[in-house]
Design a binder for this molecule. Sequence first.
Ligand code: PNS
Length: 159
Amino acid sequence: MKIAVYPGSFDPCTNGHVDIIARSCRIVDKLIVAVLSNYKKTPAFTAQERVEFLKRVTHNYKNVEIMTFSGLLADFAREQGASVIIKGLRAVSDFEYEFQMALTNRKLNPDVETIFMTTSTDNMYLSSSVVKEIAAYGGSLEQMVPEEIQANIYDKLRR
Ligand code: PNS
């Protein structure tokens, strides 16, 4: 059974994340979306909220499981029996950091391979930070965030 982990802070999840989840779960047997709970920066949404949003927007995908993790991703992948880490790449600017992380994770866990999935062109500009900024000023989140979670994002962030 091919198990993959798709890690992130998902603060909050965007259409870009959902697109990567939808495409990844077609090529593995089980996809674990792993929400980092001991986030470096203080997250806008609690780990529980971020998990709940992801569960809501992925309920149609039968082989997707949403979990939280803390500590090293390489250890989490080992504990879950995952042989693949999936990362989304939006632009060349993502590459340097992701390349370093992929090499580090392989050093820490030689049984795991990082696979990069290029974002869909519609989502190239999208990030959780952009979404939070727009929501704070009451801008439209149309085509940025799944409809089911838009109201929750405004409720928490609108100034
Ligand atoms: O959505 P993000 O914030 O880009 O996700 C970053 C994440 C969660 C993938 C990354 O910070 C991570 O893997 N953190 C766990 C700690 C770890 O394993 N770091 C790499 C070795 S130093």
